[in-house]
Design a protein around this ligand. Structure first.
Ligand code: NAI
Ligand code: MG
Length: 485
């Protein structure tokens, strides 16, 4: 769009914005128009090394730790204030880069702001404890210290960049760590905007470094011996590579990976409310959310009605360009994702699934795909087993709740799930039996920064949000003092 200049992005290393040493860069594309909207640096292993060394220096010189924990909290609160004061600008940038409607991007900015406020408040509440070593050891004093884990590498995907980055940066900075962040090659622009805000808010040079690039940039970070901890959000396939790369210096690893989350609907559920909630749970952000409710198990007595009602909800959601005020959904992130999503649906149809709504790419320009409901799938179909990462719901009826729960758990993933019923006892029974880190009752995804989230099984290691996220960035040290001898 002519009214926006092409963004030129550099690397943030030790407080300075620098080009890649190779001089190489790559284009950033608006997925709604396929126009080039930015050109950012492509960091090589040498650039990654410079960023890690800068973070290490900042950590060792205690540039961040020399502030009191309360002062660090104030800086983080200032980050939140600056983000909030630029919320509209950030939302527009996120919308152009990722494709989501500006109105939705604004909600994501607000959630990212909440991350900084929450961990700003926790920054001065991180402490160890004194330990009673018992009467026989009266002359000894035991204490634990909570210390930052050190230099943290953060690798994030493109589906909700501001939130994903803030979920890592806010607790890591509250814990006192130094960071190297690598945003996704598909959506790196708000990372650079956030970098400017962090510096402006008073985060010292070198405490947060940002390297843009592709897989090899991430791989260089994952294997770098100067990194103490890596926090990754993305696909399970890359998560596995991160774990392998981390073995060199046995860096700590936390992973937020893929999902194939079940949605279980009981016969007594409020079907209209369930249809609306389930539609949001799968179609929001065009299904490009790791916790999306992708597999619907509905009791046979309500199955047809519910499937039709969700399909109708999907048809009523306008798909359009980010600045279209009526658009609820934007395009997918890239041609690759569009082809991937369409491929899953086409192969599902070949395997015998029935398209109830959607199922065909929209338009010629931009990577638009409509809300799609696919019914009459069977548990072994690829479309039921693999993470599609698009607006595609697979629906199956069930007769017996125990069978439904068995099928719901029949996945290598364990990120999220939901149960829809008016019977509170059944709700809790199902919630307990689903092997996943985050369960909604009569809602698919709700909560925010206070609620810890993360994966069971191959959906990840560790938790983000809540006090749990701080643990990911802290070590515990025991100190025993001999008082007299
Ligand atoms: P991805 O997992 O390939 O990329 C995520 C991040 O990892 C990006 O910043 C990327 O540059 C980086 N990366 C890639 N290869 C790396 C390596 N060898 N070492 C270190 N970092 C590396 O995800 P991608 O390609 O964007 O999407 C592919 C599929 O992954 C999607 O279709 C979806 O199924 C899944 N996905 C899941 C997400 C989730 O939150 N669960 C988020 C994004 C994608
Ligand atoms: Mg983009």
């Amino acid at each position: 769009m002519a009214d926006h200049p092409v963004v030129v992005g550099k690397l943030l290393i030790d407080g300075d914005w620098v080009p890649a040493t190779s001089g190489r860069g790559f284009d950033v594309v608006d997925p709604g128009t396929e126009e080039v909207i930015g050109h950012v640096a492509d960091a090589s292993a040498a650039d990654v090394d410079a960023a890690v060394r800068a973070a290490r220096r900042a950590f060792d010189e205690e540039r961040w730790l020399r502030l009191s924990s309360a002062q660090r909290g104030i800086v983080l609160w200032r980050v939140a204030d600056l983000m909030a004061s630029r919320a509209e600008e950030l939302a527009r940038l996120e919308s152009r880069d990722v494709g989501m409607p500006v109105s939705q991007a604004a909600l994501m900015v607000a959630e990212a702001v909440n991350q900084f406020r929450y961990y700003a408040g926790l920054a001065d509440k991180i402490h160890g404890s004194t330990v009673d070593l018992g009467p026989a050891e009266r002359r000894m004093h035991g204490a634990t210290y909570r210390e930052p884990v050190g230099v943290v590498a953060m690798i994030v995907p493109w589906n909700a960049p501001l939130i994903a980055m803030s979920m890592k940066l806010a607790p890591a900075l509250a814990a006192g760590c130094a960071c190297v962040l690598k945003p996704s090659e598909e959506a790196p622009l708000t990372a650079l905007a956030l970098g400017r805000i962090l510096l402006e808010a008073g985060v010292p040079a070198g405490v947060v470094n940002i390297v843009t690039g592709f897989g090899p940039t991430g791989a260089a970070l994952a294997e770098h011996p100067g990194v103490d901890k890596i926090s990754f959000t993305g696909s399970t396939a890359v998560g596995r590579k991160i774990v392998a790369a981390a073995t060199g210096n046995l860096k700590r690893v936390s992973l937020e990976l893929g999902g194939k989350s079940p949605v279980v609907v009981l016969p007594e559920a409020d079907i209209d409310a369930a249809a609306a909630g389930i539609a949001v749970g799968i179609f929001w952000n065009s299904g490009q959310i790791c916790t999306s409710g992708t597999r619907l198990f509905a009791h046979e007595s309500v199955y047809e009605k519910l499937v039709d009602a969700i399909a109708e909800q999907g048809r009523s959601m306008k798909v359009g360009y980010g600045t279209d005020p009526d658009a609820l959904l934007g395009p997918l992130i890239s041609r690759r994702q569009l082809d991937r999503v369409a491929g899953f649906v086409d192969r599902g149809v070949d395997a015998g699934a029935r398209i109830v709504s959607g199922g065909q790419r929209l338009g010629e320009r931009g990577f638009y795909y409509p809300p799609t409901v696919v019914a009459d799938v069977t548990p072994a179909m690829e479309i039921v087993r693999e993470e599609i990462f698009g607006p595609v719901l697979c629906a199956m009826p069930f007769t017996d709740l125990d069978d439904a729960i068995t099928l719901a758990n029949d996945t290598e993933y364990g990120l999220a799930g939901s149960v829809w019923t008016r019977d509170i006892a059944v709700a809790h029974r199902v919630a307990r039996r689903l092997r996943a880190g985050r369960i909604g009752v009569n809602v698919h995804r709700a909560g925010g920064v206070q609620m810890p989230v993360g994966g069971y099984k191959q959906s990840g290691w560790g938790r983000e949000n809540g006090p749990d996220a701080l643990e990911e960035y802290l070590e515990t040290k025991s100190v025993v003092t001999m008082l007299d001898r």
